[in-house]
Unconditional design. Structure first.
Lengths: 195, 277, 195
């Protein structure tokens, strides 16, 4: 290996991130160096900060997502990049997005539980698409008759949506206290004539 | 193209001109009059059915159309509309999903309960089907909203593009498997055991250095030609080294790998690799 | 399209080149801009020169190839990138290890002799692998019909196992635990001043 200690670690990390095709952790970045010249965890983190600064004002930025660091086009530059691609980005059906939302916010969750909330059957196609995209995976089985699979979201799901962790999902709108709702309805009923 | 009548975020569902949002677009024309005007072209109905994610979604839509708060559902009005919708779909002999029919039954039950005296409602508070329906509607609405939020989040392929440079010419790095000495020993042990030759092929230290020397002599003879017998022995190797070289040479002669050549009596002795005649 | 005229054209070109996945011509680069803000041919060329300068000292460089411009990782950074794609080599087969052991302890030895002891044929692949790794070499030919090659171990073989000479190969004895022998050798080697 013709490693050259004179090459800046920031440049090496930039080159590696630009060819990896997936986010890399600090540990994975350390491992591209020969044992004899391997930088410390801290040194890599410092180089990442430096790289971030180097990117300021440029077309790309360093982004931390669930499974590590990646270099990506700054969102403000995205419209020009989108121009480049003739194919329209994939659109997802409401059924798929609702299923994904339920798995995201209520994981681990079984298909039956998803169906209870949505009030409608979930097609096997949707589950298969989510699993094939590696957004969702089976994390166990509920110990009830039939041992249904429980689904949870993956790191790739977070990566795809530019997130580091699940807490970054937009907050779920609050559902109001049932008793309060009940009382309100009763009041309403008393006030309104029957139909 | 399917449209989502309840999601204003969807540009295709935006009202065209004034009036309520269209239920669906058929051949580019908005369909806004369902189910008040009960004539629906069969094509439109299929689209209409597909536009909803089930009975809860349809109910939410009807509630919104009436400008009602979920908490203030006018059960009678909603039930009537829902039943009309169901009736139309059934009359068109579309196969109705069971969930829609179950909901129809639930609504009918709630409606009838509400006609009962209030006392009885309070007794049955535990399993008040109206409260249960509202709870389900609310729960569903939360996740319907969450799905819309997720759809709005920046995502790869649409808003996020991972940067990717072209690869340079990569050096050919060959990586080899690691081998531990113990693995070689184990391999040797098994092969010798298998051959049942263990006792007769006891390998000793002296023997090994002899064999190593045999290899090195053969390498020296590889270019062809002769080497002088004396050149095999290096004084600085000491007595043991001389013995090893001598044994190696004898072994090579015995195995007919080299031959010793002496041109004249008492002349210099040479070694050369044996070549088949 | 939320195009922002204030964004630097160099940054846009950088972002576009880093997502195109193929070289782009000046014309293709111009086409990612809206007609109303499309830079001239010359302006794009100027931006490319600027981009090239921006890349100096970094992990990537602007390259002009037959079908246009592309951003690629500098060749001096290739060793680290290569590390990223290095695959863990599979383990050697039992047959290979047995062959190596026999060559080690019984050299010089022909393939036929190895086969006699092992009781099965030795594939050419195994011999080739050992020769390619430079652990084994041909040291001559036995003068019997077919003149089979005789194999012996090499200096590199000794180096790999930290041995000075073949004598240091442990003597075989079934009564001893092989792992213990292995450990013993390693200890002995550590104590010798040569290593």
């Amino acid at each position: 290996m013709m490693s050259d200690a004179a090459l800046p670690i920031t440049g090496i990390i930039e080159a590696v991130l630009l060819t990896a095709g997936k986010p890399l952790t600090v540990q994975q970045l350390r491992e591209v160096f020969d044992e004899t010249e391997r930088p410390t965890h801290k040194a890599v983190e410092q180089a990442l900060v430096e790289l971030e600064q180097l990117c300021s004002g440029r077309g790309i930025e360093l982004k931390k997502v669930a499974s590590g660091y990646r270099l990506q086009v700054r969102e403000s530059f995205a419209p020009w990049v989108a121009r480049l691609f003739e194919e329209k980005p994939p659109r997802y059906s409401r059924a798929l997005l609702e299923t994904l939302a339920l798995i995201g916010y209520r994981q681990p969750i079984t298909r039956g539980e998803i169906e209870d909330i949505r009030g409608v059957a979930v097609s096997s196609n949707i589950i298969r698409t989510l699993v094939e995209r590696e957004w969702v995976r089976i994390v166990g089985h509920r110990e009830v008759p039939g041992r249904p699979a429980m689904y949870a979201t993956t790191r790739q799901f977070l990566d795809y949506f530019n997130l580091i962790s699940l807490d970054q999902l937009p907050p779920l709108s609050v559902s109001r206290d049932l008793d309060a709702i009940g009382r309100e309805i009763e009041q309403k009923i008393e006030q309104t004539p029957f139909h | 193209m399917l449209t989502d009548p309840a999601a204003p975020a969807n540009p295709a569902a935006k009202p065209q001109g004034v009036g309520p949002p269209p239920l669906a677009l058929i051949a580019g024309k908005p369909l806004a009059q369902l189910p008040l005007d009960l004539y629906i072209p069969p094509d439109a109905l299929a689209v209409f059915l597909d536009a909803f994610e089930g009975p809860l979604d349809l109910l939410l839509y009807l509630i919104r159309r009436q400008n009602m708060n979920i908490l203030e559902i006018d059960v009678s009005a909603i039930t009537r509309q829902y039943m009309e919708y169901i009736a139309v779909v059934e009359s068109m002999r579309f196969e109705l999903a069971g969930e829609y029919l179950v909901m129809a039954a639930t609504l009918a039950e709630i409606k009838s309960r509400m006609l009962l005296p209030r006392q009885q409602i309070e007794e049955d508070e535990e399993d008040d089907p109206r409260a249960e329906l509202i709870r389900r509607l609310q729960q569903y609405e939360r996740f319907k909203k969450a799905a819309e939020d997720i759809d709005q989040m920046p995502r790869q392929e649409r808003d996020i593009f991972v940067a990717d440079a072209c690869m340079p010419k990569l050096p050919l790095v060959r990586s080899y498997p690691e081998v531990a000495m113990a693995e070689i020993l184990r391999a040797l042990e098994t092969v010798l055991k298998r051959a049942d030759m263990f006792s007769s092929h006891h390998v000793e230290r002296e023997k090994l250095s002899t064999r190593e020397r045999m290899s090195s002599i053969l390498i020296r003879l590889q270019q062809g030609g002769f080497i002088r017998f004396e050149s095999l022995f290096l004084p600085d190797e000491g007595r043991l080294g001389v013995v090893v070289s001598f044994l190696a040479m004898l072994e090579l002669v015995k195995e007919q790998l080299v031959e010793l050549v002496q041109a004249d009596p008492l002349g210099p002795i040479h070694l050369r690799a044996r070549v088949a005649v």
